[in-house]
Design a protein. Structure first.
Length: 151
């Protein structure tokens, strides 16, 4: 399965979950729905490049290194490398919750990557998994656009 499709799905899940769990206080006197929609836009635009490109690169390197050097503990090694990649990226962001957000994105990336890898072991499930990841990714882009348009 393509790491870029997985990264797009992770980005979408991150945008929606962060927008709902941690809404960004952008303006005063707005309803909860408007604040959530604005949060989708903020999280969507500011997390697209780090999650999709940096996250896909870290995941590719983590999985390759874990397969090459640690046959017995491949999943654990890959998980630790995902977390390490998140901790390396966190100081480059200029907001106080960067460590928490990068760790959440890294754990999401690891879990979704393993889920898609398990689902794509058979030919028909691989076809559905690719389409599912693309569908989830496009929904995140749609939520980001709707959040920008509706507010």
């Amino acid at each position: 399965m393509s790491k870029m499709l997985t990264a797009l799905a992770v980005w979408s899940v991150f945008v929606v979950s962060m927008g709902i769990l941690f809404p960004v206080p952008t303006t005063n006197n707005v309803s909860t729905i408007e604040q959530t929609l604005q949060s989708f836009t903020v999280y969507g635009f500011f997390s697209l490049l780090p999650i999709v490109f940096y996250g896909a690169g870290v995941s590719y390197i983590a999985d390759w290194t874990a397969r090459a050097f640690s046959k017995q503990h491949e999943h654990f090694t890959s998980f630790l490398m995902h977390i390490t990649g998140a901790l390396i990226a966190a100081p480059f962001f200029d907001f106080p919750d960067a460590f928490m957000f990068t760790l959440i994105a890294a754990v999401l990336f690891f879990v979704l990557d393993r889920t898609f890898a398990l689902l794509s072991l058979r030919p028909f499930e691989a076809f559905l998994t690719r389409r599912c990841a693309l569908f989830i990714g496009l929904n995140g882009a749609f939520a980001t656009m709707i959040g920008g348009i509706m507010t």
